[in-house]
Design a protein around this ligand. Structure first.
Ligand code: FAD
Length: 440
């Protein structure tokens, strides 16, 4: 198999190869390893280098996508780990189920969702994806298959959820889907004038809604600084369970030579979005695709960032710190003259993730993304790292391509527990660059 295995940020692009799960299993049984180790590759929707292992071999999971069992009474679904969340939605919808937790794209594999312990707009109610995993089978490099659950091989279970693919290959997993009144969402729109107003609304909005997320107009200036739209909602009753297989009607067919997302175009886009969205009816029905996956409507939208790719920075800060530090972080991006296309704020609740290295912690998470403008962008990202760590927060590893080892270790002091459970024949660019920096 020789094809492209870029990650979503497309920073470190080059031709990579991968083997199939069957080939990996065969190598493990024969114990005929090449140096450099292995790493499962889901669908490459991680932004940085946590899904790459350039010193060794990637194992492509995408051919491994069979449904094994679905209990329509309980919503318990068992599938091979390469199954896409989009397929799980289709299967569940026929029996009034939906994913209990979904990230902002449905083109993510089941194994990738577990290995990154992804979160959605309902963290305050359902925690992370890993909270809904009952068991999985893990292929280890000694050729054995470990069954892991909260009761059996419990430490390996905790290390694999959010374990960035380092404990082995998840072959199949059982998750519990969530019963819903329909796939549609009754969406509520609440424009806010500044971040203070957002913070005053966020807790109550979470109490009243299954989902909540805020978009911030990062380029607004003067009296409009910090304005944005708080979008919340809950599944509609007696609604629609029709699943559309159509993917985005728009496609960016090739890499633009430079980013189309420059300051003037973004300022215009943001102002237009604020005004249009802000004028929508305060409460209306929204289809699940437009509510959960608006970015899936435009295929290859990451190409808008140009050939140099994009960096996404996602931080989480404890509640009190967030109220003062997040405005300062947004001020720092403005001062650096960098325009973030997507600036998103979300409150995380206090449901503990099962994973040792899961990213969410109680507080507020800020996501910004920037076209790669080399040192200029890297300096700003390093400053955002410093502000995060100095205030008790952490930076998301699966959105990252460049954080320093110290930043990672300060945010995830339990990283050594994962290192103990890591399969010695598994590694990644990210792990070598951060956890193992200086040890090699
Ligand atoms: C538009 C967009 C929106 C997003 N929104 C969110 C969001 O709201 N919340 C959120 O949390 N994330 C979000 N993400 C990130 C994305 O959901 C995660 O990075 C996801 O885990 C990617 O899954 P993947 O299948 O593409 O796996 P990859 O990116 O290919 O791999 C992810 C990790 O999983 C490991 N892995 C993959 N398969 C297996 C397996 N079978 N066994 C063991 N390890 C495995 C890999 O080694 C790697 O470490 C978003 C990404 C995009 C592009």
């Amino acid at each position: 198999m020789t094809k492209s295995y870029n990650s979503f940020g497309m920073i470190d692009r080059h031709q990579r190869a991968a083997i199939s799960v069957e080939q990996a299993r065969d190598i493990f049984v024969r114990q005929s390893f090449e140096p450099g180790g292995f790493l499962a590759f889901g669908n490459g929707k991680s932004y940085g280098d946590s899904c790459h292992n350039d010193a060794g071999t990637l194992v492509d999971m995408r051919g491994s996508e069979q449904l094994i069992e679905f209990d329509v009474k309980t919503g318990r679904l068992t599938a091979q780990a390469g199954m896409m969340l989009s397929t799980i939605i289709e299967i569940g919808a026929k029996h009034s189920y939906f994913l209990p937790v979904t990230p902002g794209t449905r083109f993510v594999t089941l194994g990738g969702a577990i290995a990154n312990d992804v979160h959605g707009k309902n963290h305050h109610r359902r925690g992370t994806f890993g909270c809904h995993v009952e068991r999985f089978e893990l292929l280890r490099s000694d050729g054995s298959i470990l069954v892991c659950s909260p009761e059996v091989n419990a430490q390996c279970f905790k290390a694999t959820i959010g374990g960035l693919g380092l404990t082995g290959i998840i072959l199949a997993a059982t998750i519990r889907l969530m019963k819903v009144g329909s796939l549609d969402v009754v969406e509520r729109i609440h424009p806010f004038k500044n971040l203070e107003e957002y913070f005053s609304l966020a807790v109550q909005t979470d109490i009243e809604n299954e989902y909540a997320v805020a978009w911030v107009d990062q380029l607004a200036s003067g009296a409009n600084v910090g304005r944005g739209i708080l979008i919340s909602g809950s599944h509609a009753d007696n609604g629609n369970f029709a699943v559309s297989k159509k993917v985005g009607k728009l496609n960016i067919p090739f890499d633009l030579p430079v980013s189309a997302l420059n300051y003037p175009s973004l300022k215009l886009f943001n102002a237009a979005y604020y005004n249009l969205k802000g004028r929508q009816q305060r409460s209306h029905h929204s289809g699940y695709q437009s509510f959960f996956y608006p970015l899936d409507q435009v295929l290859n939208w990451n190409r808008l960032y140009g050939r140099s790719g994009l960096f996404q920075h996602q931080s989480v800060l404890p509640d009190e710190a967030a109220r003062s530090v997040i405005p300062m972080m947004l001020e720092a991006t403005r001062e650096a003259g960098q325009s973030s296309f997507l600036t998103v704020l979300k409150r995380f609740g206090d449901i503990t993730s099962p994973g040792i290295l899961s990213f969410p912690q109680a507080g507020y998470t800020l996501t910004v993304d920037f076209p790669n403008r080399s040192a200029r962008t890297l300096n700003l990202l390093a400053e955002l790292d410093r502000m995060t760590i100095a205030n008790g927060g952490r930076v998301n590893p699966y959105k990252d391509q460049r954080m320093e080892a110290e930043v990672f270790k300060a945010g995830f002091p339990r990283w050594e527990e994962l290192e103990k459970e890591r399969d010695p024949a598994f590694s990644s660019n990210f792990w070598r660059r951060t956890a193992l920096a200086g040890a090699m």
